[in-house]
Write a protein that binds this ligand. Structure first.
Ligand code: NDP
Length: 313
């Protein structure tokens, strides 16, 4: 078991964490970045990214994150493959323990733990998870090659997943609880033009149905919210794409959160209620949630941590 001591501990390695690491390392703060459960964050489970500035052609999300991490490392970040299991933010230096058993001692902390996929919460959803029900088309889409799948949700994730799956699967049915999509217009246009995609409006999933042992999904039972009519949509795979929850359970009782458990920061900054603890990226942002905005707040967090250290040397 080792003890790692640093002026700035960055928890999470998505675009917020990596950007904080790049800025902190270039300020000679010798940051430690703990990669977490999903190294690289949400961009590692996406495919094409065409809205991250600097790339004329679409790039791959996992590639972008690999580059960000390498960049952080090249400028001097110590990257540790661990997951923070507990943290004490009641006094400085702050202390944390990793699942590896290692201890971390830090003068400042940047929380960049991001957000994770949200589930519907149905009993049957749990039963068929990994047996037809998934929250990641880029991870699991291949298993449904030439098969029929449904995608649940109406945001950018749902549309992106549906478009991705349309290239692999026989048919894709997007099921949305309202009669308009929340997704960007450009994605909607592409979706409506794709011949093997259809949309079922005003419908919620009541149950995932299939064979019991071994579990094997054969369809989803949906209910029309306007007429109350129930139908079963046959499918081999169902992709839940209904948004995300912030990864904040570690900070419960220590960092102030809003009703949805997003960390609260002082307006226009990344400063949390604990001096010296900063929050960047999706963990504190339920409005924009873009790779570029996460990177921007990661940069802010590193600069604010640097300033804090100058005043609390
Ligand atoms: P969003 O919160 O944008 O959308 C979630 C969707 O799921 C909504 O359509 C919502 O319905 C629906 N939904 C939520 N809860 C339920 C439920 N219990 N039952 C049924 N439907 C439900 O999440 P996304 O993951 O799509 O996107 C998150 C953020 O990431 C957004 O800011 C998005 O713009 C961004 N993003 C950007 C991408 C890009 O630019 N390339 C790609 C993917 C995401 P309703 O509309 O009725 O609220």
């Amino acid at each position: 078991m080792a003890t790692h001591t640093t002026p700035i501990l960055i928890i999470g390695s998505g675009s917020a964490g990596c950007t904080a690491a790049i800025y902190a390392a270039r300020a000679n703060l010798k940051p430690i970045m703990v990669r977490g459960m999903q190294p690289g964050g949400q961009l590692t489970i996406t495919t094409e990214v065409e809205n991250y500035p600097g790339f004329a052609e679409a790039i791959q999300g996992p590639w972008l994150m690999e580059q960000m991490e390498k960049q952080a490392e090249h400028v001097g970040t110590v990257i540790i493959h661990d997951h923070i299991a507990s943290i004490d933010l009641s006094k400085r230096p702050f202390t944390a323990k990793g699942e590896s058993g290692d201890d971390y001692v830090a003068e400042t902390v940047v929380i960049a733990t991001g957000a994770s996929a949200r589930w519907l919460g149905l009993e049957s959803e749990k039963k068929f998870q990994n047996f037809g029900v998934s929250a990641c088309a880029t991870c699991d889409g291949f298993f449904f090659k030439k098969k029929d799948v449904v995608v649940l949700g109406g945001g950018n994730s749902a549309v992106e997943e549906a478009l991705f799956l349309s290239k692999i699967c026989n048919s894709v049915t997007l099921i949305h609880r309202r009669d308009t999509l929340r997704a960007e217009k450009i994605g909607q246009d592409r979706l409506f033009k794709t011949p093997n995609v259809k949309v079922i409006w005003d419908s919620v999933v009541e149950e995932f149905v299939g064979e019991d042992s071994p579990p094997n999904l054969t369809g989803v039972k949906i209910k029309n919210t306007k007429t109350g009519a129930e139908t079963i949509v046959p499918c081999h795979g169902a992709f839940v794409a209904i948004g995300h929850n912030p990864n904040t359970s570690l900070f419960e009782g220590q960092i102030t959160m809003d009703a949805d458990k997003y960390l609260l920061v002082k307006a226009g900054t990344t400063q949390t209620n604990v001096e010296g603890v900063f929050a960047a990226g999706d963990v504190q942002d339920k409005i924009y949630r873009q790779a570029i905005t996460a990177a921007g707040t990661g940069c802010m967090a590193a600069l604010e941590a640097q300033k804090f250290l100058e005043h609390h040397a």
